[in-house]
Design a protein around this ligand. Structure first.
Ligand SMILES: [Zn+2]
Length: 325
C-alpha cells in the first residue's frame, strides 16, 4: 500500500516536472500563440483619433506629420500598434525608413510627399516595419554577412520568428534586395547624407539611421518612451546594453531619437532625448546586477524611468540573455 502511494507520487511528480520543463522551454512560442488566439483588436474609428497639432490625415488610414521641410513621419493611428515610418527627402532621391504594417498601401502617401525616386530600408524585419517593401523600386538592406548569406537569387525572405506576422494573420513574403548598405556607411540623397548604425537588442538585425545634419536618430523599436520590447525570441539584453553604451559614447548630447510606435497621450512623432538612453543604460545595469525588481508574469516589466519599462523574458536579469558577442 505504502509502496503504491510512493510510486504514484513519484510518477505524478515526474510528469509535473516534465510538463513544467516543456512549458519553460517553449514559453515564448506558447505565449505568442496565446497572443495569436486572442487576435488583434479591430481598427479604431477614424473619428476616434485625436490628431496631434502638426498632424494631418492622408486618406482614411495614414497621417502625416512634417518634422521639417524634407522630413516626414507617416503613422497609422487607427491600428493598435500605431506604427511610424519616416520619409527623408534629399535633392536627388528619398529614403523611406520602414514601410509600415501590411494593413494598407503606404506608397501613394509617399508619392504625394515626394516625386524623387524612393528607396526603402527597414529598421528590423518585423512584419509591421516591412509590410510595404515590395511596393518600392529599391529595397536596401544592412550589409550584415548572415543576411547576405540568406539571400538567394537576389531575394531575401525573413524567417517566421524574424517576421512575427503569423501572430496577426499575415503571410511572409520576401523582397528583392536592391542594394546592401554597409555598416557605418553613408547614403547621399543629394545635399543630405545619412549613416547606417547597427543597434541590436530588440532583434539582432536592428539598425538605426543617423541624420547628422538634423541630429536625429531613427531607431525603429530599439527604444523610446513607453515599453521596450526586449523579451522576443531573438531579443538580447546584453546586445541592448552594448548598443546603449555605444550610442551614448558616439552621439551628441542634443540628439533626438525617433521611435517607430506611438502611444503617448498627445499624438506626435515619438521622440526622446539622450537622457532616456542614460536611463536605459542605468536600468539595464541594475537589471543585470539584480538591483531592479520586475513585475508581471510574462514578459516581466522593469521600470527604468517614469514612462519607460524594459519588457524582458524570464531569463532576463542574471540569465543567459546577457551573453553577447
Ligand atoms: Zn519590432
Amino acid at each position: 500500500m505504502m509502496r503504491r502511494v510512493l510510486r504514484t507520487a513519484i510518477v505524478t511528480g515526474g510528469v509535473l516536472v516534465v510538463l513544467v520543463s516543456v512549458f519553460y522551454v517553449f514559453r515564448t512560442p506558447l505565449f505568442l500563440k496565446a497572443i495569436e488566439l486572442a487576435g488583434a483588436p479591430p481598427l479604431a474609428a477614424q473619428e476616434a483619433v485625436a490628431l496631434g497639432a502638426q498632424e494631418v490625415w492622408a486618406g482614411d488610414f495614414y497621417t502625416v506629420e512634417r518634422l521639417d521641410a524634407q522630413t516626414f513621419a507617416i503613422s497609422e493611428p487607427r491600428y493598435f500598434r500605431d506604427v511610424y515610418s519616416y520619409l527623408i527627402v534629399g535633392d536627388r532621391e528619398a529614403l523611406l525608413i520602414d514601410s509600415g504594417s501590411p494593413l494598407r498601401d503606404i506608397s501613394p502617401i509617399v508619392a504625394q510627399l515626394t516625386d524623387k525616386p524612393v528607396s526603402v530600408i527597414a529598421t528590423h524585419l518585423h512584419f509591421d516595419h516591412v509590410g510595404n517593401h515590395t511596393r518600392f523600386a529599391q529595397v536596401l538592406m544592412p550589409d550584415l554577412s548572415y543576411l547576405r548569406a540568406r539571400t538567394h537569387d537576389g531575394k531575401f525572405v525573413p524567417d517566421a520568428l524574424e517576421h512575427l506576422g503569423q501572430f496577426e494573420g499575415y503571410d511572409i513574403s520576401g523582397w528583392d534586395v536592391g542594394g546592401w548598405w554597409s555598416v557605418g556607411g553613408d547614403l547621399d540623397l543629394g545635399g543630405r547624407s545619412l549613416t547606417l548604425l547597427t543597434t541590436p537588442g530588440h532583434t539582432p538585425d536592428s539598425i538605426s539611421i543617423w541624420d547628422e545634419t538634423s541630429k536625429r536618430l531613427f531607431m525603429g523599436d530599439y527604444a523610446g518612451d513607453g515599453e521596450i520590447y526586449a523579451f522576443l525570441p531573438n531579443s538580447s539584453l546584453g546586445a541592448y546594453l552594448e548598443t546603449t553604451e555605444r550610442l551614448l559614447a558616439e552621439l551628441p548630447p542634443e540628439t533626438l531619437l525617433f521611435a517607430a510606435h506611438g502611444g503617448a497621450e498627445t499624438r506626435a512623432a515619438p521622440s526622446v532625448g539622450m537622457r532616456n538612453l542614460v536611463d536605459l543604460r542605468d536600468g539595464l545595469l541594475a537589471m543585470r546586477d539584480d538591483r531592479l525588481a520586475g513585475t508581471g508574469f510574462w514578459p516581466r516589466a522593469y521600470p527604468i524611468n517614469r514612462n519607460t519599462y524594459v519588457l524582458a523574458d524570464w531569463t532576463g536579469p542574471g540569465g543567459s540573455s546577457w551573453d553577447f558577442d
